[in-house]
Design a protein. Structure first.
Length: 156
């Protein structure tokens, strides 16, 4: 069983490959940040998360996972196995990143994905979330129950 541990007020991300087991053992929604190592906006977003008190305080209500869209490892997620798809010499995208995060067959970085306890995608957002938008999502995640709950916020 994987549990989010808080040390010094920091949320520890659940590895994407362990998220399925975590959700099945202790059902709750998951907020996934799809990013890459070279994306400066992604790194900025991660730094903002570490400083965001609302995000840290509400972390008991959801799993948080950071997913490198260019990882080459094979990942099992919700009963399916996904791998890296090369698009050139040493470049490409992981199939799971595309499955979870594509919007109109495009994948941007960072992309936020919210899934419920049944692995239904409730929300996708390509881009950096500002403090207000993150607060809306955290407030939404703090309300129970979440399953089949309509997403009632709009990120601008």
């Amino acid at each position: 069983m994987v549990i989010i541990h808080q040390a010094s007020g920091q949320v520890t991300a659940v590895p994407i490959g362990e998220l399925t087991d975590s959700v099945r053992l202790q059902p709750k929604p998951s907020l996934i940040l799809i990013s890459t190592s070279w994306c400066s906006y992604c790194q900025m977003q991660k730094a903002q998360l570490k400083k965001n008190a609302d995000f840290q305080a509400a972390s008991a209500h959801f799993y948080f996972s950071e997913f490198d869209a260019e990882t080459k490892e094979t990942i099992s997620f919700n009963g399916s196995t996904y791998g890296f798809q090369s698009t050139g010499v040493d470049i490409g995208t992981h199939e799971l990143a595309y499955v979870l995060g594509n919007i109109k067959k495009r994948l941007a970085f960072p992309t936020w994905v919210l899934i419920d306890e049944n692995f239904t995608v409730l929300f996708k957002y390509p881009g950096v979330l500002d403090k207000k938008a993150l607060r809306e999502i955290v407030t939404y995640l703090s309300d129970k129950p979440l399953t089949n709950k309509a997403v009632n916020f709009t990120i601008k």
